[in-house]
Design a binder for this molecule. Structure first.
Ligand code: ATP
Ligand code: MG
Length: 412
């Protein structure tokens, strides 16, 4: 056991108080995985815990949680508690401390999250968590319908847990979500966090399947883009499967989720979910520019310029993922063609942006161009260079522009 954890157990022993590791850490250790953090539960009161350690932070005193800092890591220690009433469908109205650890585990969400471990590594299981862990089953503690009514975020948590841990979702737990997939009252940030974790996990297709079959995803989409769910429920199963072929990046996987949305729906969804500007812009651009059967070099370069060369590999991975999934030879050919063009751009350092164009704004003002005409001409020149990179020379571009603008046809 880690030195810091041994120290914690020792201090509580000296004060004749109980201390257990609880929740995700016990679950992960039993699964042979390294826990991301350790949560503890105790019969000591928050004030007591606070007074025994030099470095503490108050995580939520009202809820009984003190963070003890050892070697710059925070260990959250929560007093055994039970909860009374959940008026808002998310948070307990009142928190009551109790001396009985069994009451504490019963208020937790899922059986596999209700296991306790003492300082000797002994496991205490008051909720049937060991059996479910062995079976690979996520199951609510107590009546699923009631537990979801108390806190609707649990609906997202259990699907995320099943996806991340490659587990089954208990039938009763599953149908309780399907009977009432509503999650109003849960902040969109918390839902986004769970959705993102599902999209980035190894078993993303399984997570997506559960989200769709329980209609939890439908409930979310119906609040923002109702038509999409009606139109594309079937596509969404594929959308999550495709994610499994893409690099683990949020904008890419989001693009797969949103691919069949209309542009306006896509904007609404990304805005309502409060994704960061960068994520919004990239996910939107990936969807916008992915054209399955185009062999048009100018179009492809325009797409790359919009997406940014630093994201080009991801964009190509998106096209490859779709091609691989779809199996249609024309999509496959388009993806391969784009791959080739991209490699050539890199190898020949072909110009991609206005900055790399041999003609600048000043060259045009010197020749009498003004206002909008400058921007317009530069864009036209860039397009020409996309098609004929070898033409990126000042005199050649300027005489081409003159000819185009003034309609002269005497080609050199
Ligand atoms: P991970 O840290 O991998 O996300 P975890 O199970 O540790 O998984 P936390 O959010 O850290 O999840 O919560 C710690 C523990 O607190 C859980 O294992 C569970 O026992 C309890 N818990 C967390 N959220 C809830 C909730 N909404 N309802 C009931 N119990 C919860
Ligand atoms: Mg945790």
């Amino acid at each position: 056991m880690k030195k810091a954890i041994e120290t914690l157990f020792q201090v509580f022993r000296e004060h004749h108080k109980q201390l257990y590791i609880v929740g995700g850490a016990v679950r992960d250790m039993l699964l042979g995985q390294t826990p991301s953090d350790y949560d503890f539960t105790t019969d000591a009161l928050p004030d007591e815990v606070e007074s025994w350690f030099e470095h503490t932070i108050i995580v939520g005193k009202r809820f009984g949680t003190i963070g003890v800092i050892i070697d710059r890591k925070v260990y959250e220690i929560t007093t055994f508690r039970r909860e009374a009433g959940y008026g808002d469908g998310r948070h307990p109205d009142e928190v009551l401390f109790t001396g009985d650890v069994r009451e504490d585990v019963r208020r937790r969400d899922f059986t596999i999250n209700g296991l306790l471990m003492d300082e000797h590594g002994c496991i205490f299981d008051y909720v049937g968590g060991l059996k479910d862990l062995r079976k690979g089953m996520v199951r609510c503690i107590g009546n699923p319908g009631r537990r979801f009514e108390e806190d609707r975020l649990r609906k997202w948590r259990c699907i995320r847990l099943a996806a991340e841990k490659r587990m089954e979702l208990d039938e009763e737990t599953r149908s309780a979500i399907r009977d009432d997939p509503d999650t109003t009252g849960v902040s969109i940030e918390r839902i986004r966090e769970e959705l993102t974790r599902i999209m980035l996990c190894e078993k993303v297709a399984w997570g997506g399947y559960l989200l769709i079959k329980t209609e939890l995803l439908g409930d979310l989409l119906n609040r923002m883009v109702p038509d999409y769910w009606k139109r594309c429920e079937d596509y969404l199963i594929d959308g999550f499967e495709i994610m499994g072929y893409l690099p683990k990046k949020v904008p890419l996987r989001l693009a797969s989720l949103l691919l069949n949305m209309f542009p306006e729906e896509r904007k609404v969804f990304l805005r309502e979910m409060r994704y960061s500007n960068k994520e919004k812009q990239l996910a939107y651009a990936y969807c916008h520019h992915v054209v399955a059967d185009s062999q048009d070099i100018v179009g492809f370069k325009e797409a790359l310029a919009d997406i940014g060369m630093e994201n080009a590999e991801d964009f190509l991975a998106f096209q490859d993922g779709l091609a691989y999934w779809d199996g249609d030879p024309s999509i496959k050919r388009a993806a391969e063609q784009n791959q080739r063009v991209y490699r050539r751009i890199i190898a020949n350092r072909e110009p991609m942006t206005l900055r790399e164009l041999a003609v600048g704004g000043k060259d045009l003002t010197d020749r009498g161009y003004q206002g909008e005409a400058i921007k317009e001409s530069l864009t036209r020149l860039l397009k020409r260079v996309y098609e004929y990179p070898e033409e990126n020379k000042k005199d050649r571009l300027l005489s081409w522009l003159e000819r185009e603008t003034h309609g002269k046809t005497d080609l050199p």
